[in-house]
Write a protein that binds this ligand. Structure first.
Ligand code: CIZ
Length: 299
């Protein structure tokens, strides 16, 4: 299957982008591996007209909004993000009316419709920087309550309204699993994603996005790391650091949506152009404004 994909990819002048949380065999065949925003930027910059995005729906959609002229293929159409589905558009419209003097900040894990109704998009890497550059001190943050609380704590003088969403995978990571591993393994350094709950965030030695977690482990010289995020990152961490040990808390940090895409799906995606992502033009233009605002404020 690997050889067939490589040949077809070459024939079609396509590239494969894979999110950090994908299966190991998908990460290994990808041209680029990273977080959703990095991959969207690669999709925009690359010369290839066809891009297979091995990730979940909102990621391929963001890439399409940034590069409407390109064909963005999502191999598995029901690879969805439960967190992004936690925003009901009608409720968001009511919030916008009720809190009309607030700036609406949405995490990149949202649908195009939600991005279109917000003022600026953020990622977990740039949320703090972007919010520090927003002049309005009244912020509605959606949809992840854990990332929202983590950011809110950095800005005691700003008023936050935080949506009640969460990532079910990160929510399953429990502090008791971290503490029991810390008791067994000496000098265990805990690297956690801010989508984790507050108890987990409190015991973490470092909090960051997938990219920041990978960079931290690459650059530091500890022996034992505990990784509190979706377990797909472990493959890249082990590849980059064969002499370090990486532990996971319990067995629960696997996102079933991220693991839906197989090599066969990628092959079929290239062969049958499955599934070409489209976004309504008006929604796309509005969502693009929020994404461009992120690029401007993060710069
Ligand atoms: O921005 C992303 O790709 C997500 C969902 C998480 C991260 O930290 O990379």
């Amino acid at each position: 299957m690997r050889d067939k994909i490589i040949k077809l990819k070459k024939d079609l002048d396509a590239i494969i982008l894979a999110h950090n949380y994908q299966r190991a065999e998908v990460l290994d065949i990808a041209d680029y591996v990273g977080d959703s925003f990095y991959l969207s930027q690669i999709a925009k910059k690359c010369k290839n007209k066809t891009i297979v995005f091995a990730g979940v729906h909102f990621m391929a959609e963001s890439a399409k909004i940034l590069s409407p002229e390109k064909e963005i293929l999502l191999p598995v159409l029901d690879a969805l993000c439960p967190l992004s589905d936690m925003v009901n558009i009608e409720t968001l419209k009511e919030f916008k009316e009720k809190y009309s003097d607030y700036t609406f900040v949405c995490y990149i894990n949202t649908s195009a419709d939600v991005k279109a109704l917000c003022n600026v998009v953020v990622t977990s890497s740039n949320a703090e920087k972007i919010i520090s550059r927003i002049e309005n001190d009244k912020i509605v943050f959606l949809p992840d309550k854990n990332l929202g609380e983590h950011i809110k704590n950095k800005f005691p003088n700003k008023k936050f309204i935080i949506w009640d969403g969460f990532c079910p995978t990160h929510q399953r990571i429990q502090v008791k699993h971290i503490i029991s591993l810390k008791e067994k393994i000496n000098n265990l350094v805990v690297l956690a994603h801010p989508e984790c709950n507050s108890e987990v965030r409190e015991v973490a030695d470092f909090l960051g996005s997938t990219k920041e977690i990978i960079d931290f482990a690459n650059k530091t010289d500890y022996k034992n790391y505990l990784i509190a995020t979706e377990d797909g990152v472990i493959h890249t961490l082990k590849q980059n650091n064969p002499n370090k040990n990486f532990y996971v808390p319990g067995t629960t940090a696997t996102c079933i949506n991220m693991k839906k895409t197989t090599l066969e799906d990628i092959y079929n995606s290239l062969l049958y152009k499955k599934h070409s992502i489209t976004v309504d033009e008006e929604i796309s233009n509005l969502a693009l404004k929020s994404l461009m605002k992120m690029i401007e404020l993060a710069g």
